[in-house]
Structures are given as structure tokens and as C-alpha cells.
Design a protein around this ligand. Sequence first.
Ligand code: NAD
Length: 399
Amino acid sequence: MLRSAIRPLAAVSRKPASSMFSTTPKRDMKILAILYDGGKAAEQEPRLLGTTENKLGLSEWLKSQGHEYIVSSDKEGPNSVFQKELKDAEVLITTPFHPGYLTKDLMDKAKNLKLCVTAGVGSDHIDLNAAVDNKVQVLEVTGSNVTSVAEHVVMSILLLVRNFVPAHEMIERGDWQVSEVARNAFDLEGKVVGTIGAGRIGYRVLQRLVPFGVKELLYYDYNPLPEHAAKEVGARRVEDLKDFVSQCDVVTVNTPLHEGTRGLINADLLKHFKKGAWLVNTARGAICDKDAVAQAVKSGHLNGYAGDVWNVQPAPKDHIWRTMKNPLGGGNGMVPHYSGTTLDAQARYANGVRSILENYFAGKPQDPANIIVGIGKYESKAYGQREDKQKTSHGFSKS
Ligand code: NAD
């Protein structure tokens, strides 16, 4: 993977050039983390590191380094801990599982903010263009949960194609009517499966589908896979999105959310899907038009939709994706946002956040793969095509 030289990140963004490469470890910093409440589960299970109770396992260490560490789940409105404490915080840690939405307006007011760290993968809850303009750096723990998500995608594809949820619900109800569930159950073998986005997660999904004997694996991505990688999984690239979806029995979405993917799957595109196709989205809820998807499931044009990401999180109680069904009463594989927050993943992203902070405090260079927005420019190529502002390689990586 090509990597460009990235300057050290510590103490750089809003300071004069003379202080940019200071290697004196920084102290007395205010670090704000917005995480989700884990409640009783987090008290009983210390490996739930991404919670307000367990604080990414960073409390003692940050204290010993002389920093102030504020952790809260309270993130909405001007009186929230998030908005109040952000005003003079230097580092903001957020998680996609309970996103503290960092708008341009909030960023403009956060005069001391220099570094945003995403505990996980996917930094769309931060206005990245504002981060570029304000010279606030945005890093995520790239790769930390990509296997976790790819496994969830494969599970979701299988549960839709095999009509698993209604079959299980039948058993819980005490019923037994095989034909009722078998009438809409299929094999994955022989189907065409395509991924929108063939980066770390998309590629892992393709890899995991090879043994299922699908008819063909397709991908749609403005960054083509390296030839050897495409060959290894036998994936064919389709360059036109409508053409791509019209060939797939199953579509899985694995792109970041940005201007080019918000609402990408809408009523117009859904018309081009095969009748009875299945759609899995573990990327971001807002990539799909909520009502267009619900309507397509209701009519049976989509045989099912599954995923764990929602256009607002936590999803409101009456969110239509919670209860939508196809005409045969199935086709819903929705769960809360948790595919990328398995206990294994939490250990990886908690460690990753600590490494990023260690580098920042010590003025050491960061892993280039973790940098979404560097100092005043996009470093990642995965958040839209911005040829003038970006310089890193394709998101594809087996590591
Ligand atoms: P990645 O950067 O490795 O890959 C993203 C790929 O999407 C890149 O190859 C990029 O070129 C492609 N892409 C971007 N815009 C596109 C577009 N308009 N059309 C087609 N392709 C496009 O990222 P990743 O690690 O594979 O993660 C992808 C996304 O998955 C994250 O940004 C995040 O939103 C989501 N995610 C969800 C969870 C979860 O728990 N549900 C966990 C991790 C990541």
C-alpha cells in the first residue's frame, strides 16, 4: 500500500509553525470523550470498553499523564456536556455507536480543538469539510472493527436469503408451519452478490463469500481494487451504479458516508434493483433513503433489508425500519448499531485510541492509515473524490 509522508501531528493545528514539532510531551490537556452508557452490562463486563463506565480504559493513564479526561453520553443540545465541555477541549474522542455530532457551528466555537479521534471506523458524524477549514485533525482507528463488520454482513446476507428471522419467530410463538417460511427461503449459492465500496470491509465481505459458490461477485467503487486483489476473490468491477445494482441479487453497502454517498440508495436507484433483491447496509443509515427503502420492502420490490446503522442514532422508537416487513411478513434484519463493537473490536479500538493519543502527546507521527483529515486537507481517499486535496492510496488493505 502506498503511503505518503505525513508530518507529526502533535500540537500542530492552530499553533504557530514554531511550536509544530515540539517533542516535549504535552500535559494539562482537556480531553472530552462522548461514549454510550453501558449501564449494568458495563459494570458486569469490563471488556465493554467503549462505554461511559469503562471510558476506553484510559482514565488512570490519562490522569497519570496530567490530563483532564471528561467522559459523558450527554450529547444533544446547547446544555449538553458535549457542547459545554467542547468549548475549551483540545481533544475530542467520539464513537460512531453514539455519535456526538460535531457540526461546523460547534467546531467554530471550539477554539482550542486540535484533534478528533473516532473510537472505531467512520467519522461522518464530524463535519470533515469544517475540520479541513479549521485545521482540526480527524483520525480514526482504521481497521479496528472491519472483520467484525464483514462477519456481520455475511450473517445478514444469510439471514435474509434464508428467511431466518420469521422462521425463528415462528418457533418462539410455538408454531410449526414449514411451508410458511420455506416459501421465501433460498440458497446463497448461485446468486450474484455485489458490494458498493470495496475497501477494508467490502473486500473482506468478498473474501468471505468465495466459499459459498455464488454465481458472481461484483463491486462498485471509484477506486479500483489492485488487480491481484480482484483476481484473488474473482470480483468484477461495474462502473455504472444502475448497471451494477441491476445485476445483483444481493447488494451490500460498505462505503463511508459523505456528500457522494448520502441518499445514494433512493427511490430512483431502487427501481434499478432486481425485483426481490436483498439489501444489506452496515455502513451508515443515511446512505439509504429511509422511506424509499421501507416502501421497497413493503411492496416486495426488495425482498429484505438488514443492517445495524440508522440515519439518527439512537433510532427513534417509531423508526419505520424497526418494523417494516415484506408482503410475506419477513425481510427485516435490523439490529442496533453493534456490528463493529464486539468485545474483540472494543479491545482493538480502545488500544488504537491510546496509540493515537500517545503519538499526539509525544509529537510522533501517526499511522497514515488512521488519518482522515490532516492539517487542512483530506488525507483519506475514501471520503469522496477530492483529487486536489488528497494524497493517500486506495482504502484497500488486507491488514
Ligand atoms: P475503507 O476506507 O477501507 O473503504 C471504503 C471504500 O469505499 C473505499 O474503497 C472507497 O473508495 C469506497 N467509496 C467511497 N465513496 C464511494 C462511492 N461514492 N462509491 C463507491 N465507493 C465509494 O473503509 P472501511 O473500513 O471498509 O469502512 C467503510 C465504512 O463502513 C466506514 O466509513 C463506516 O461508515 C462503516 N463502518 C460501520 C461499522 C459498524 O459498526 N456498522 C463499523 C466500521 C465501519
